[in-house]
Ligand binder design. Structure first.
Ligand SMILES: NC(=O)c1ccc[n+]([C@@H]2O[C@H](COP(=O)([O-])OP(=O)(O)OC[C@H]3O[C@@H](n4cnc5c(N)ncnc54)[C@H](OP(=O)(O)O)[C@@H]3O)[C@@H](O)[C@H]2O)c1
Length: 248
C-alpha cells in the first residue's frame, strides 16, 4: 500500500523509550516497519516497551545518559542507524533565585549535554549516514513560552533549539537532517516528576484551546514525519504540537 511515511528498512534509536513519548514513538515506528533500538535506565519498563514492539529484530539497551561512559558503551553497541530520536529528558520545578549548580548540572546534563554528546559520538563513529534523520524532543517551553518555576527546563530546551538549527546546517552537506518537535503539555509521567498537583494540572489543561493536554502518540506522529522520507527536504526546523496553546 502507498505510504510516504513508511519506516520500512529503517533502523531507529529512541532514547527515553522506557515510558511516555519515547515508548509511544518506538511502538508507532515499529508499526510502520522500522527496526528499533530502544534505550532507557529502568530495565523493567524498557522490557515492557520492547514487548510492545511490532515485528522482529529490535534491541533494548539499558543506559544512563548522565554517564559519558554509558553513552560510549551504547554507541559501541549500535548498528548503523537511519534515525535517531533524542527524547530522554527530565524536569525540575525551581525558581530562578533558588537555582544551584547541582540543579543546572542535573537538568542540562540530561536534556542538553547528553543528547548533544550522543549525537556527536554517533556521527563520529559514522553510525548514521546520508539520508539519516535526527529528531529532538524539544518543547514549547524555552522556544515559545516561559512558565513559572520552569527556568532550568526552558534553558535546557532553548539550548537544544539552537543546537538543532546549527547542527542542521553543519550536517546538510552530508545529507543528514536535524529537526525537533516542540510539544505542549503531554500526559506522561514527566508531569508527576515535575511535582505538579492534580488541581494545578486541571487548571493548566483548561488553559489549552482544546481543553486538554496532548497524548504521547500525538507527538510520536510528528516525530515519525521527521524520521520518514516524507520530510526529506525538511531540516533545521520544528513542529509545534501543542493543541494551539501558543496561538494565545
Ligand atoms: N510530557 C510533556 O508535557 C512534555 C512536553 C514537552 C517536551 N517533553 C519532552 O519529552 C521527552 C520525553 O518525556 P516524557 O514526557 O515522555 O517523560 P517520561 O515519561 O518521564 O520519560 C522520560 C524518559 O527519559 C528517560 N530518562 C530520564 N533520565 C534519563 C537518564 N539519566 N538516562 C537515560 N534515560 C533517561 C526516562 O528513562 P527511565 O525512566 O528509564 O529512567 C524516560 O524513558 C523529554 O525530553 C521531555 O522534556 C515532554
Amino acid at each position: 500500500m502507498y505510504n510516504p511515511f513508511t519506516l520500512e528498512s529503517k533502523t531507529i534509536l529512541v532514547t527515553g523509550a522506557s515510558s511516555g513519548i519515547g515508548r509511544s514513538t518506538a511502538i508507532e515506528c515499529s508499526k510502520l516497519g522500522a527496526k528499533l533500538i530502544i534505550t532507557g535506565r529502568n530495565a523493567e519498563r524498557l522490557k515492557e516497551t520492547f514487548l510492545m514492539l511490532v515485528g522482529e529484530g529490535h534491541q533494548n539497551i539499558e543506559a544512563d545518559l548522565s554517564d559519558d561512559a554509558q553513552i560510549d558503551e551504547l554507541v559501541e553497541q549500535l548498528p548503523n542507524l537511519n534515525g535517531l530520536v533524542n527524547n530522554a529528558g527530565l524536569t525540575e520545578t525551581i525558581l530562578t533565585q533558588f537555582v544551584k549548580r547541582e540543579n543546572i548540572e542535573k537538568v542540562l546534563g540530561i536534556n542538553t549535554i547528553a543528547p548533544i554528546l550522543l549525537t556527536q559520538k554517533i556521527l563520529k563513529k559514522k553510525k548514521i549516514s546520508c539520508g539519516g534523520s535526527i529528531v529532538f524532543t524539544c518543547s514549547i517551553s524555552g522556544t515559545c513560552v516561559a512558565v513559572g518555576g520552569n527556568v532550568l527546563y526552558s534553558t535546557s530546551k532553548g539550548a537544544i533549539h539552537g543546537f538543532v538549527k546549527n547542527a542542521a546546517l553543519d550536517l546538510a552537506v552530508k545529507g543528514i537532517r536535524v529537526n525537533e518537535v516542540c510539544p505542549g503539555m503531554i500526559n506522561t509521567s514527566i508531569l508527576d516528576r515535575g511535582k505538579i498537583g492534580e488541581e494545578e494540572l486541571r487548571i493548566e489543561a483548561s488553559k489549552y484551546p482544546m481543553k486538554r493536554f496532548g497524548n504521547p502518540n500525538e507527538v510520536s506522529y510528528g516525530i515519525i514525519y521527521l524520521l520518514s522520507d516524507a520530510s526529506s527536504f525538511v531540516t533545521g526546523t520544528g513542529i509545534v504540537i501543542d493543541g494551539g496553546f501558543t496561538l494565545q
